[in-house]
Design a protein around this ligand. Structure first.
Ligand SMILES: Cc1ncc(COP(=O)(O)O)c(C=O)c1O
Length: 468
């Protein structure tokens, strides 16, 4: 029989136990964390209770501070506890916390849709809201399939995704993802996508430019479309940076080529800007760098400045019209989450867009990105660094066992974890993806704070590679 959970017994905790330790022990009694082998927390990996955020800093229960070098899973744009977003939320809290979004609406959602339609690439006029990134991907996949079905093209049931891509971890989103760590175990449950080789410039031949490599990979995509367009709903990509796949970056020409191929072969183009949207790549949206408008654009993460879960799928008028019919035609799009269009989340998003409107965010980011680039450049010569790459406010350093062959460190050595632990000891939240140490800080970071992040990362890298 299941034993009742004992209450945490503070009297049994040693008087020397810190507040961090007390909270971590209580957490570990009941909570189960994402992306975590919980056994790690029984050993060398601390579980850190955070009590406060201040700009790019996180403060733990013992008062130690950590510079959030990864924007808390790429969500935070303008700092933790940002007062402007906080004030908007407080006002909304006293007005309307939530209302069913079927048959009812509210001004924060209306204004958000108007403003998203205005700032995203041309043609994206229709906005469907959901409450996290993976849900947005589910919506885009279902909507694309359903569009073709409503057009009498029900044989289109498949999706083309790029190798190394990541679109989330619900079953549909995971189906179009290709990061083995997340996918392998659940593969028997998933749809089978058609994988197109990624234009990831890391895989270019020696002397081959990123643009030439992207062109070569467009050739592969064309060949796949020639064979599969009749059964394909859409091609889904992370524009410019494949983030969870290791911050792999590619040339914008791939996106313009992709747009042309999708038009030629009659398949949709889904741009997953969940991680790269809202200024991360240097432009407000990554697609802008290729001058393209996708058929669907998925947004989340930075959409609320990192305050609340919210996502949006933007699509075109023709897609919307394919669903618009008299009720008994049975063409309506069916996808509903209880918290769709949550007014608090919409208000946080509006306050975030206000900051973009009122402050020279992208200009400021250019200065920060250039500083980061300068600081990371010397790492190119490092004996265990195969690549230093950057797109706007995303920079990554790829560690390898052997620079000449680019042979990676075996994953079981967990070199990245060593960098992570070093970071925590030295006041920085760096959370490498395998052997890729990356930087994706909130936009309110200063150049001195970037120096701190880079200094800690470099020392962490030295420590990670020094041990066998
Ligand atoms: C490109 C991309 N798509 C989708 C997702 C899934 O978003 P969520 O974690 O909110 O489900 C992520 C999350 O990291 C992502 O990076």
């Amino acid at each position: 029989m299941r034993q009742p959970a004992p209450n945490p017994d503070h009297t049994r905790m040693s008087p020397n136990e810190s507040r961090n330790q007390t909270l971590a022990a209580r957490d570990l009694r009941h909570l189960w964390h994402p992306c975590t082998q919980m056994h790690d927390h029984a050993g060398a990996v601390p579980l850190l209770p955070i009590v406060r955020g201040e700009g790019p800093w996180l403060v733990d229960a013992d008062g130690r501070r950590y510079l959030d070098g990864i924007s808390s899973w790429w969500t935070n744009l303008f700092g933790h506890a940002n007062p402007r977003i906080g004030a908007a939320l407080k006002e909304q809290l006293d007005t309307l916390e939530h209302v069913i979004f079927a048959g009812f609406t509210h001004e924060p959602a209306i204004e958000l849709a108007e403003r998203l339609a205005a700032i995203t690439p041309a043609g994206l006029e229709r906005v469907f809201l959901a409450d996290n990134g993976s849900a947005a991907i589910e919506v885009a996949l279902k909507m694309s399939f359903h569009y073709w079905l409503n057009q009498g093209r029900g044989q289109k049931t498949r999706f083309i995704a790029l190798s190394g891509s990541y679109h989330g971890e619900t079953l549909g989103a995971l189906s179009v993802s290709d990061v083995a760590l997340y996918r392998k175990t659940y593969a028997p449950l998933l749809l089978t996508p058609i994988l197109a080789p990624s234009p990831d410039a890391y895989d270019a031949e020696a002397g081959e430019s990123a643009e030439a490599y992207a062109a070569r990979r467009l050739g592969d995509l064309r060949a796949l479309l020639e064979r599969h367009a009749h059964e394909t709903c859409a091609v889904i990509v992370e524009p410019l940076v494949q983030c969870a796949g290791g911050m792999r970056m590619y040339h914008p020409s791939y996106l313009s080529g992709l747009r042309a191929l999708c038009d030629e072969f009659g398949v949709h183009f889904i741009a997953d800007e969940i991680a790269v949207g809202f200024g991360r790549t240097g432009t407000l949206f990554a697609c802008e760098q290729a001058g393209v408008s996708p058929d669907f654009m998925c947004l989340s993460k930075g959409l609320t400045g990192g305050f609340l879960p919210l996502s949006a799928v933007l699509t075109t008028e023709p897609v919307y019209e394919a669903f618009y019919a008299e009720y008994n035609a049975g063409k309506a799009f069916l996808h509903s989450h209880s918290y769709t269009g949550n007014p608090l989340a919409c208000r946080a998003a509006l306050a975030t867009l206000d900051i973009f409107r009122d402050e020279p965010v992208l200009e400021r980011n250019r200065v920060l990105a250039a500083h980061l680039a300068r600081r990371l450049a010397p790492l190119r010569e490092h004996a265990h660094v195969a690549d230093v790459r950057q797109t706007g406010m995303i920079a990554a350093v790829e560690l390898v066992r052997d620079k000449a062959t680019r042979a990676p460190y075996p994953p079981e050595e967990r070199r990245g974890l060593r960098v992570y632990l070093h970071g925590l000891e030295h006041g920085a939240l760096l959370r490498p993806l395998g052997n890729v140490v990356y930087f994706m800080p909130p936009y309110v970071v200063s150049t001195d704070e970037l120096d701190h992040l880079v200094d800690v990362a470099i020392a962490g890298i030295e420590r990670a590679i020094a041990q066998p």
